[in-house]
Design a protein around this ligand. Sequence first.
Ligand SMILES: [Zn+2]
Length: 101
Amino acid sequence: MKHNTAALAAAFAAATGLTYPIAAELAQSDLSPMVAVACTATTGSVFLTLGTGLVTRLATRSFRCPDCTFAVRVRHTGAGETRRWQEIAADHPHHVGAVRS
Ligand SMILES: [Zn+2]
């Protein structure tokens, strides 16, 4: 969880850093202030969404059943939990989809 908070803070800082030059350019243009604020907010929101999506994607691990297509996706697993989730994915009650041979 601590890594997640630091990664999200880094994503927020990156979004702010990427948005600031755009906001500065828009402030010097002839646009009305409301349009500049709207464009800046939208740009910041997009960068923040991309950053948090990347953090989430990097923190998610998939564990697949070796016999079928069943998979479990877990976020923020530690190194010690990997084996446990592999066993859970392999030991589910009903195998789904095409059975692998
Ligand atoms: Zn299975």
